[in-house]
Design a protein around this ligand. Structure first.
Ligand SMILES: Cc1cc2nc3c(=O)[nH]c(=O)nc-3n(C[C@H](O)[C@H](O)[C@H](O)COP(=O)(O)O)c2cc1C
Length: 181
C-alpha cells in the first residue's frame, strides 16, 4: 500500500521524528511505500483565508489523495496538537478535494513524560473525527522517550517494543480492508 507519514517537531533532535523514521522503516520492511513529511517540510505559512496554499501544502495534499492511509507521529504540547501540525491539518481541510474524509489514520506519539503524549492524541482524535478521518482506536505511545528510544528511534522498553508490530499490523489490516481495491 501507499502510506503517508506526518509528524515530528521543528527540532533537529525531535524524538517524534526519530520514532517516525523507525516506523517508516518498519512499514517499508513490510513491503509498503512510505512518503514521510517531517521537520522543514512542515514549516508552512500560517493558514489565512484568501492566502494561496504554499507548494508544501499542495504536495502534502497530493500525497494524501494517493495514499491508502496516514501515520501521524505527534509531539504533545500542553495536552494538545503542536501548532505547526494543526496548521498543516487546517490547510489541508480547506482544499478541494480534502484528503481527510474516510482516510484511515494511525496515531503515534513520543514524549519524555510518563504518558508518552497520549493526552495530545485525544485532541488529535477530536480533530480527525471532525474532518471525517478514521483514527484506529489503538495508538503507539512512547513514554520517557529521552531514555526509551534508541539512536534510530526504536523503543527500548520491552512492552512498548512488543506493542509496535502488533499495532502496525492491526492498522495495515484495517487499512487494507477499507481502502484496497
Ligand atoms: C510548548 C510545549 C508544551 C509541552 N507540553 C507537553 C505536554 O503537555 N505533555 C508532554 O508530555 N510533554 C509536553 N512538552 C514536552 C515535549 O513532549 C517535549 O519537548 C518533546 O521532546 C517534544 O517532542 P520532540 O522531541 O519530537 O520535539 C511540551 C513542550 C513544549 C515546547
Amino acid at each position: 500500500m501507499r502510506l503517508v507519514m506526518v509528524g515530528g517537531s521543528l527540532r533537529a533532535a525531535s524524538f517524534n521524528t526519530r520514532l517516525l523514521k523507525h516506523l517508516a522503516q518498519e512499514l517499508e520492511a513490510r513491503g509498503h511505500e512510505v512518503s514521510a513529511f517531517a521537520g522543514e517540510a512542515l514549516r508552512l505559512p500560517l493558514y489565512e483565508d484568501g492566502l494561496a496554499p504554499a507548494p508544501g501544502v499542495m504536495i502534502l495534499q497530493g500525497a494524501l489523495l494517493e495514499a491508502q492511509g496516514l501515520v501521524i507521529v505527534s509531539p504533545e504540547y500542553n495536552a494538545g496538537i503542536p501548532g505547526h501540525l494543526k496548521n498543516a491539518v487546517d490547510w489541508l481541510s480547506t482544499l478541494k478535494p480534502s484528503p481527510w474524509p474516510g482516510l484511515p489514520v494511525l496515531l503515534c506519539a513520543a514524549s519524555p513524560g510518563a504518558f508518552g503524549g497520549a493526552r495530545g492524541l485525544m485532541a488529535w482524535r477530536a480533530t480527525l473525527a471532525n474532518m471525517g478521518a478514521l483514527a484506529l482506536p489503538e495508538a503507539i505511545t512512547v513514554p520517557h522517550a529521552d531514555q526509551q528510544l534508541d539512536a534510530v528511534g526504536a523503543p527500548t522498553e520491552a512492552r512498548t517494543a512488543a506493542m509496535v508490530p502488533k499495532i502496525l499490523d492491526g492498522f495495515l489490516a484495517l487499512t487494507a480492508k477499507l481502502r484496497q481495491q
